[in-house]
Design a binder for this molecule. Structure first.
Ligand code: AFP
Length: 276
């Protein structure tokens, strides 16, 4: 499994190059999840597809940018990925990311056995989880492994996603009650940097609830939610849809989304009290 680390690192370096040099113009179409597509979304997707399908151990891939999964005859791992998450904030030069989930058998939460994400920011960073969580920073020559990341029981960050006027009253109360307890707003609109920040600072809450305009939330189970749920649990945190553990959810179609909450135990308990 750790053989994927150098592969994800190679993808990260290639994608970082196109981020620095290519245009951030939108293409005419939308991807299968309904988001407008950028030229670099498609290029990043191709880089990852080529690398992953070239590996003997990979049996199939599916991407947020593709309607269907692609399968080969042999191999044992299935990889679901979001090649470039945060397309709508690239033009403002904020950090964006790539997200990977490694599955064995089927593209299902119960079958996830590893996950990773890359942060393209002022620095290039990779977090990889299988049985343990590993954290790497690229120093210009090679990837240096750093001390692993761990969530405390409680943090100070409140990162609430979604259109606020479309939040339920219960959700509004949850978000505002955290501010009243001293939590600080930290939200960029990129899932990767927002969740990375909570991990780096040791705790907090990221929420993307069901809203009036998105009753199933916005974030996709396979490409965004399950990989981060896996990583947060490995870091000692929790990840739920309000009531149920995200990694216990079923999935009916590749591009399905779900409400989701990621954080340290104390904040997730507040979410449970609100939603149960
Ligand atoms: P884009 O890829 O369209 O920019 O969406 C990013 C994203 O899927 C995720 O990275 C963010 O957490 C979430 O959307 C932000 O959504 P809101 O702008 O609705 O809060």
């Amino acid at each position: 499994m750790r053989d994927f680390i150098p592969i994800f690192q190679e993808c990260a370096l290639e994608i970082q190059k196109i981020l620095k040099t290519n245009s951030t113009d939108y293409l005419a179409g939308v991807n299968p999840s309904g988001d407008t597509q950028l030229d670099i979304d498609v290029k990043a997707d191709k880089i990852i597809e080529t690398k992953l399908l070239g590996l003997e151990c990979v049996r199939g891939i599916c991407s947020e940018e593709k309607i269907e999964a692609i399968y080969k005859k042999n191999g044992s791992y299935l990889i679901a990925y979001d090649p470039l998450d945060g397309s709508s904030i690239i033009d403002s030069n904020l950090s964006v990311g790539s997200i990977f989930g490694i599955y064995e058998g089927d593209f299902e939460a119960a079958k996830i056995i590893g996950a990773a994400y890359v942060v393209y920011g002022p620095r290039l960073e990779l977090v990889f989880a299988d049985k343990i969580l590993s954290y790497f920073i690229y120093n210009g020559d090679f990837w240096e492994e750093k001390k692993s990341l761990k969530l405390n029981q409680k943090g100070k960050i409140n990162a609430p996603g979604g259109t606020q006027k479309d939040w339920s009253n219960a959700h509004k109360n949850l978000v505002y009650s955290l501010f009243e307890k001293g939590y600080r707003l930290r939200y960029s609109g990129g899932m990767v940097p927002d969740l990375h920040q909570i991990l780096i600072k040791g705790g907090g809450l990221f929420s993307y609830p069901a809203t009036l305009n998105a009753p199933q939330g916005k974030l996709r189970k396979l490409f965004e939610v399950f990989p981060f749920a896996f990583i947060y649990e490995k870091a000692g945190g929790e990840a739920i849809d309000g009531k149920t553990r995200l990694l216990d959810l079923e999935i009916k179609s590749l591009h399905e989304s779900t409400p989701c909450f990621f954080g340290s135990s104390e904040e997730i308990n507040e979410v449970r009290k609100t939603y149960e």
